[in-house]
Every structure is written in C-alpha cells, then in structure tokens.
Design a protein around this ligand. Structure first.
Ligand code: SAJ
Length: 455
C-alpha cells in the first residue's frame, strides 16, 4: 500500500475546514469540497468563512503554501474525509410542540445539497419531540465520492451519525460502483477502505483539540482502520484508538449523551432549588467539594449542533431502552420556555418594561447561534410582550438571526446602552465581556442571571 499523499475533505464547515488545514499542515495535498460557492471563494482567498481562534491564520498559511485549495467538484484523491452535517427531522406524530424542527447540526454551515430538506430558523425546536437522523448530506457526499474512485482510496466518515451509517456509506458506494469491491462484503479483498473517525473538538478550542485529542477510529475491517490511522497520524498527536465502525459511531453518541444527561441533572436540580427557595449555585459548589461529585452548570438550556441533537440518534437506535437519554433531552429542551416565562413574569412588574437580553449564541465566547437557547428565549419573550422593545446584545453578531429579526420588537444593541436603558437584564450567555460587567453597572436593575456569572 502506497503512502497517502492527497486528501479531499467534503464539507468545509466547523470540522471540515480545520481538518483540511491540519491535513495540509501534515504534508498532504488537500482539496476542500463544498457546495457553497461563497465558502469556496473565501477559502481560496486564504480566509476562514467563520470565526474560530487560530483558524484564519492556519487557512491563510495552508493556501499560501499551495497545500490547500477549495472547489465545488469532487476531485480524485488518496483519502476522503466526509465532514458534512447530519441534520434531524422531527417525528411529527410524536411532536408535542407547535414549532418547526431545528436547524441542521454539523460541520458545514453552507448550503444544503440539491434535494436535501430545508432547515428551520436556528434556535427553534419543539421540546420533547423525538428526532430522526437525516442522512441526505452524507448520502450526497458518498455518491459524489463514489463517482471518482479509482480503487486504493480510504474514505473516512467524520460526521456524527447513528450506528450503522459507515456501513451504509460502503453499501451506497457499492451500489453505484459495481466494478469495485467494498469492505462491508465479507471474505473479499476490498478495493477501497471505509472507516469512521468521529470528530471530538470543542468549538472555541478546535485548532488545539484537533491536534491533541485522542481519536477513536473504527474500520469496517481492521485493514480499513489501519489505513485511516495512517491518515490521522499525519496531524493528530493524541492516541488513536482502533475499533470497528459501529462501536466508533456509538462511542461518539455516548460522549455527547453523557454530557447532555449530566447537564439535565444540573438543570433539574436548579428547578428543584428554585421551587424550594434555595441557591443552586451554592449547593452545586458545596456538593462539588465531594471528591467524586462534579455537577455541571445549570443554564437556560442546551444548544449547539451536537449535544442537543446526538442523543436523539441513540433514542432512535433503541427507542424503548433509551429512557434516561430521552428524558434528559426533554428536561434540557424545556429550559428555554421555563426561563422565558420567568423573565416575562418578572417584567410584568413594570408598566412599560425595557428588557435587555445579553447573549444570543449557544454558549460563551462563540458566535454560533445554531440551536441556541438564548435565541429561543429572546424570541419567546418578544412574542409574549409584543409591545415591549427587547434589546438583544451579541458582540459576535452584526445582524439579528432571522427568527428575531422577523419579530419586529427585537433590536441588536451594544452592551453599554442596553444595560443603561433596561429595567430587566437577562444574562443568557456568559461571554467573557459580560462576566466583566461591574456590579455597580447593574445597580437598581432586576437581574436574571441564567449562567451564575454574577455570583
Ligand atoms: N452547557 C451547560 N452547562 C454545562 C456545560 C454546557 O448548560 O455545564 C451548555 C452550553 O451552554 C451549550 C451546550 O451545553 O449550550 C453545549 O456546550 P458544550 O460546551 O458542552 O459542548 P459543544 O456542543 O460545544 O461541543 C460538544 C463537545 N462534546 C463533549 O464535550 C462530550 C465536543 O467535544 C464535541 O466535539 C462537540 O460537542 C461535537 O461536535 O459533537
């Protein structure tokens, strides 16, 4: 088997672009493939289409060295990394809410491929309704790769997906390329290797974690895993843990479901403490002094394109068994409505309330609003109080997300003016700049701190 010298990364989003840059820095000739011409153009100009620490400089370096270029067409390459979104669809029969499904999750903030379903405005999601993985992006990517294979390539699925998806990719390629042997078929010598290597990087720390995190690499066969290890070894300094593809898929889902369940416990504890008139932050701090207790932080809900979505893939795989996983999702999905209700009730104390919502992104110090509880809460407050002007503060954005823009009574404001003007200040995201706000600036205001940032 010859050494890998070229790679194509499909989907130049939050995961694909950093992976493409890392492979280029690791010595491969890399082509990034994206359906969005705007993203292709930005990358070819040496720019990152989205904000992530240290990414822009890495893209500019890789493009300047001639190691990375972007295009819309699938090229021939020794290795393919598929890093496209896995959105979900809502089970409407079981839908308890009255709103459309959430925006797509995953690596690629760009356009959907032809025929893929449209996502709704980020932040909207009916609480408690089961979701099903929508594999249309993965299918489109696998088919495009299939069409250019010559034999000898390794194809790695990085997108998070339900157990069995990597095998499905191999089956899809086999159906399109009857001239090639694929590794899901036993007892043949495959022409192409197929593996899963789920991404694990934390937004805000992607460029550090992509190089240092341990990775799980699951092959459809041991030889597939070994070939994928060669690829990731070019840039990953962490341990590369080898397994089969379905186990790698499940390990990834388990990681995010574990975090979701633990955040749900923190959120449930916060609701209980509120009912009992106790301070959840003090109780959490005291409990965490125990050497084997680490309660996570309660908050206004769980957002982002991963933790709010991936547990549903476990529920989908084992509906009757994944009771705790499904309940955690329901607990976390209920938090935005609960938080909004509390802020609206507090605001009704004023005849003509002025409300500032600090933060719209899904978590601190990022600008990503996908599945953001803060957007949901702000929209709910604005809808409940249509005559009240809501001052939304999000230093990472220059315009409001569509869902808020449509409402008419939400305006994007800067922190200083919003705080000075408002009667009610709701801290929805604990960005560093909000944490730095002095208590004196908040004097005389009604403060609703969902993140425990102002003690
Ligand atoms: N959150 C809380 N309380 C906490 C921790 C988080 O309310 O104590 C909220 C955040 O505010 C946010 C959401 O949870 O709304 C998710 O944030 P996060 O920082 O926990 O995770 P993500 O979504 O940014 O990234 C996760 C990571 N997974 C794990 O930590 C197990 C990351 O490593 C994955 O690569 C990423 O999902 C992914 O792409 O799957």
């Amino acid at each position: 088997m010859t050494a890998l010298s070229s790679a194509a990364v499909v989907g130049l989003g939050y995961i694909g672009l950093p992976t493409a840059v890392s492979l280029a820095t690791g010595g491969l000739e890399v082509t990034g493939v994206d359906v969005n011409p705007g993203i292709v153009e930005r990358v070819n100009q040496g720019e990152s289409p989205f904000a992530e620490p240290d990414l822009s400089v890495a893209v500019s370096g890789a493009v300047a060295m001639g190691r990375l270029r972007a295009q819309r067409e699938m090229p021939q390459a020794d290795a393919y990394v598929i890093a496209v979104p896995t959105p979900f669809t809502v089970d409407h029969d079981a839908d308890l809410g009255d709103r459309p499904p959430g925006a797509p999750r995953g690596a690629d903030p760009g356009e959907r491929p032809p025929g893929a379903p449209r996502g709704a405005d980020p932040g909207e999601r009916p609480p408690g309704a089961p979701r099903h993985a929508d594999l249309s992006y993965i299918t489109a990517a696998a088919e495009a790769v299939a069409d250019v294979l010559r034999g000898g390539e390794v194809i790695v699925l990085e997108s998070t997906a339900p157990p069995g998806t990597t095998r499905r990719v191999s089956e899809l390629i086999a159906a399109r390329r009857p001239d090639l042997h694929l590794p899901h078929v036993p007892d043949i010598r495959p022409d192409v290797h197929v593996a899963h290597c789920p991404e694990r990087v934390l937004p805000g720390r992607i460029m550090i974690e992509i190089a240092t995190n341990d990775r799980v690499i699951g092959g459809l066969t041991p030889a597939c895993a070994a070939r994928a290890v060669e690829l990731y070894r070019t840039f990953c300094h962490g341990e590369l843990i080898v397994t089969d593809a379905a186990s790698a898929e499940m390990a990834k889902l388990a990681e995010n479901a574990y975090r979701d369940v633990n955040i749900a416990f923190a959120n449930e504890l916060s609701l209980i403490c509120q009912r009992l008139g106790l301070d959840v932050w003090e109780i959490r701090q005291m409990a965490n002094h125990h050497p084997r207790v680490e309660i996570l932080r309660p908050g206004p809900g769980v957002g982002g394109h991963c933790i709010a979505v991936d547990p549903w893939f476990i529920v989908e795989a084992a509906p009757g068994l994944a009771r705790l996983t499904a309940t955690a999702r329901a607990v976390n999905d209920h938090m935005p409505a609960h938080t909004a209700d509390q802020i609206v009730a507090t605001s009704r104390r004023f005849r003509d309330p002025r409300i500032a919502c600090l933060g719209l992104s899904f978590k601190a110090d990022v600008g990503d609003v996908r599945e953001s509880p803060a957007v949901d809460i702000t929209a709910r407050i604005a809808a409940a109080l249509p005559d009240v002007k809501i001052l939304a503060v999000e230093p990472h954005l220059t315009s409001l997300p569509g869902r808020l823009d449509e409402l008419g009574n939400v305006v994007l404001a800067d922190a200083e003016h919003a705080i000075a003007d408002a009667d009610v200040i709701a801290l929805l995201v604990d960005h560093s700049c909000f944490r730095a706000i002095k208590k004196t600036q908040l004097a005389g205001k009604v403060v609703y701190d969902t993140r425990g940032a102002w003690g």
